[in-house]
Design a protein around this ligand. Structure first.
Ligand code: ZN
Ligand code: ZN
Ligand code: ZN
Length: 344
């Protein structure tokens, strides 16, 4: 993705999941994060919910190079807290073209073998096998497991004792099924934002008429429905308080012009606000690390909630702002996420 353009990200089932490996620099939704710098991972403390301290869950990552030589490879990662549902964290990471981890030349997407070597095993041992986030201090797995069960396993079968253990949360995930360790994985296909249909400018009556008819029919006959996409559209995007909100109408129109996208990328641009209420009034806070101003980079659309069946997470839009100086060298730097809630 490049500056000066508005780009949209469409989720697609990956044609070849191997291409979502970090060495192909993917933009993707769900699955485990494809960490760009595999050596200096962020500490788990940066990825724990600021409110409840639970390790967050990976939502998506956007590969977004910039012109600066230090940003030849550059990825923004987004995480959310499942128990809280309204806490989000973004991390930025970048590498120059000449770096210790990836070849100078672009990867050959026809050749996906070579993944799974020793280096990869070592890298994986740093991560929770369930969610793909770094294991942390005070979490089992960062040190040898000395529980009686593990000792037992070690005597019986050396391999069993070596199975890497994940976060306490993630072990619970597999036991009670209340939370998920990873969301369903999709590749993000990038396309330019299409023009709005000039004839439709300012005209919203079609959708409102559909809605009126839907309400009427549904009242008399609970089984009658509009076709699936229409119904989904109303359930997803039309909270009652928004029906007369111009900002919401604009949002809806732009979204409907390019149906199905979950990401809107507009580097140094502005968010397309979901509604007039609860926009970020005073702009984003300056970078915590270097003090430079932050710029808008992308927003995640509510369509993603529907796609991933996220009954735990909620937003109108998530607007991600990043440090204009792209500070932090080759390390991971925490960035700012503004959650504009969906009005009730
Ligand atoms: Zn939380
Ligand atoms: Zn985990
Ligand atoms: Zn900075």
């Amino acid at each position: 993705m490049n500056a000066d353009q508005i780009l949209l990200g469409y989720p697609e089932k990956p044609s070849n999941p191997a291409l979502l490996h970090r060495r192909f620099f993917p933009s993707k939704v769900g699955g485990q994060p494809a960490w760009l710098n595999p050596q200096h991972l962020p500490p788990l403390s940066d990825l724990q919910c600021p409110r409840c301290r639970t390790p967050m869950t990976f939502i998506l990552q956007v590969y977004a190079s910039l012109d600066a030589s230090s940003c030849f490879h550059r990825t923004i990662f987004l995480f959310g807290c499942q128990p809280c549902g309204n806490q989000f964290v973004a991390m930025r990471n970048q590498l120059p073209r000449d770096n210790a981890f990836y070849p100078f030349e672009p990867p050959d997407t026809d050749n996906v073998s070579g993944v799974g070597d020793e280096e990869e095993d070592e890298f994986k041992s740093l991560l929770c096998p369930v969610c793909g986030l770094p294991k942390g201090d005070g979490e089992a797995g960062s040190s040898p497991d000395t529980s009686p069960a593990a000792k037992e396993g070690r005597r019986g079968d050396d391999k069993a004792a070596l199975i890497p253990r994940g976060h306490r949360r993630c072990r619970r995930v597999s036991e009670d099924g209340m939370l998920v360790g990873v969301f369903e994985e999709y590749e993000l296909e990038v396309d330019e934002e299409g023009e709005e249909d000039a004839d439709k400018q300012g005209d919203y009556s079609h959708e409102m008429e559909l809605k009126r008819r839907y309400d009427e029919v549904a009242k008399d006959n609970p089984d009658a429905t509009l076709d699936e996409s229409e119904q989904q559209f109303f359930e997803e995007f039309a909270p009652p308080s928004c029906r007369n909100d111009d900002t919401f109408q604009t949002f809806l129109k732009r979204v409907r012009t390019n149906p199905g996208h979950v990401l809107r990328y507009a580097y140094e641009g502005a968010p397309l606000w979901f509604a007039s209420a609860q926009q970020l009034e005073d702009g984003p806070p300056d970078c915590d690390t270097c003090g430079s101003p932050r710029v808008f980079e992308f927003q995640v659309q509510p369509e993603l909630i529907h796609l991933l069946k996220l009954d735990k997470l909620e937003w109108g839009i998530l607007a991600v702002y990043t440090c204009s100086a792209n500070c932090g060298g080759e390390g991971y730097v925490k960035e700012f996420v503004y959650r504009q809630p969906e009005p009730m």
